[in-house]
Ligand binder design. Structure first.
Ligand SMILES: [Zn+2]
Ligand SMILES: [Zn+2]
Length: 163
């Protein structure tokens, strides 16, 4: 029972495996070094910056030295407990482990992705509203030009009639 509880504490919230090279963020949340690297690469597309990393749990940002996850302090207590618990600081990774990290990070970031999609939808709604307005404007301008042309034509006709 007691050891199960410790196992939970040694589980990385990203990959759901035992921490591997655990790193601590400013918020004290701990993740595998590699998981944070994948997370940073994934979120860099959104924030276009790698000089800080957002905690996947509490969203607090931690500044990075030289844009590097390696610069974060290691969680040596967690690493020591893992070593005692499993007899090694780096327990074996399951097959497909890297893909597992990517999938998990995608799920963690899904909330933000959805917000982005919503923004896009609002944008297209706006365009849908603009299109008929633009079409109407073109219609009015076309009508004016047409009216002008007709008037010219009738003016010419009048001149012809006069002579
Ligand atoms: Zn991990
Ligand atoms: Zn956190």
């Amino acid at each position: 029972m007691a050891s199960n509880k410790i196992d939970d504490l040694l589980q990385c919230p990203i990959c759901l495996e035992v921490f591997y090279d655990p790193k601590v963020l400013d918020c004290q949340h701990t993740f595998c070094n590699n998981c944070l690297k994948v997370h940073l690469a994934a979120s860099a597309r959104m924030f276009s910056t790698t000089n800080s990393v957002e905690c996947p749990i509490c969203r607090r940002r931690t500044n990075l030295i030289n844009n590097s996850i390696d610069s974060l302090p290691g969680n040596y207590i967690v690493r020591d407990i893992i070593e005692r618990q499993y007899g090694t600081a780096s327990p074996e990774r399951p097959p497909g482990y890297t893909q597992q990290i990517r999938d998990r990070i995608q799920k963690l970031q899904n909330g933000e992705e959805k917000e982005k999609e919503k923004e896009k939808e609002e944008e297209t709604d706006y365009m849908e509203y603009l299109k008929p307005a633009a079409a109407a404007l073109v219609g009015v301008l076309g009508g004016l030009l047409l009216a002008k042309g007709v008037k010219k034509l009738s003016d010419n006709n009048k001149k012809h009639d006069g002579h």
